[in-house]
Design a protein around this ligand. Structure first.
Ligand code: BTN
Length: 264
């Protein structure tokens, strides 16, 4: 029998912390081995993508960061760490919330969304990836955080986010969501995906097919600019969004986010 190190080297729960990203980055800096997971009931300085803050009331979201030391992972494939975290959570969330398959989707780069009856996308979770490279241009360490709107009733959604967000609890018809069960289901699904990545495998097909915006008209924020066009697919090597603009020109957008994508 081949013996291998356990998938999880460390899993620590915090009632309140500033940010699980900060915790995991500190661990990685201090030499803590992979895979190291910090989970919080509440964050006082939660961080989102593009310098935004990330807020959720105590106990209403599953807030966690995963620390990786992905030996041999090329810098150009660092985005795949965020993608496997999003894929693992997509499957875990559908199962734990008792949702039909394909109730949840990915919106580039790594948001988890649901489609409401009016065809508007509602954000359920967001992913933040931060990597450090070694001298050979490979990923030395990565902290990938995800915040999932889990056991959060719509009556408690902040007014400014209510039109664009939802939660697993709402999608489950108001049934409570067990964040511990969601964490377990997520880690079970993350392990094979991460082991695959370390041996050069990535589920490009599964990742592409769950992209809700493919084939639809979108607006994409890129730096200070907003690009309009049709999302025509994903680039499997770079993780870029392939966009066809109105003048028929094809572009690959490697950084930014889809800010509009109407489904019906
Ligand atoms: C986004 O902007 O959509 C990404 C949000 C990521 C939030 C999570 S919550 C757990 C982890 N700790 C943080 O400070 N941020 C991430």
């Amino acid at each position: 029998m081949i013996s291998r190190p356990p998938f999880l080297a460390r899993l620590e729960r915090f009632a309140v912390v500033d940010s699980t990203q900060r915790v995991v980055r500190d661990w990685l800096g201090a030499g803590v081995p992979e895979v190291a997971v910090a989970v919080a009931g509440e964050q006082t300085a939660g961080r989102g993508r593009l310098g935004r803050s990330w807020q959720a009331p105590a106990g209403r979201a599953l807030l966690l960061s995963v620390g990786f030391r992905p030996v041999g992972l090329a810098a150009g494939h660092a985005w795949r760490l965020g993608a496997i975290v999003a894929q693992a959570m997509l499957d875990a969330a559908e199962e734990v919330a008792g949702l039909r398959e394909r109730s949840l989707w990915l919106k580039w780069p790594n948001d988890l969304v649901a489609v409401d009856p009016e065809g508007q996308l509602r954000k359920v979770a967001g992913v933040l990836g931060e990597t450090a490279l070694d001298d050979d241009g490979r990923v030395a360490t990565a902290a990938v955080g995800i915040g999932v709107d889990g056991d959060w009733a719509a009556a408690d959604f902040p007014a400014e986010l209510a039109p664009t967000m939802t939660s697993l609890r709402e999608l489950a018809g108001g049934r409570p969501i067990d964040h511990e069960a969601l964490l377990d289901a997520f880690l079970d699904r993350l392990e094979p995906r991460y082991e695959g990545l370390l041996t050069g495998r990535f589920d490009v097909g599964g990742w592409s097919v769950r992209q809700i915006c493919t084939g639809r008209e979108v607006e994409v924020a890129v730096g200070g600019e907003v690009l309009e066009g049709r999302a025509v697919g994903m680039a499997p090597e770079s993780g870029s969004l392939r966009l066809e603009t109105a003048d028929g020109i094809g572009r690959e957008v490697d950084a930014g986010e889809v800010i509009r994508c109407r489904v019906v």
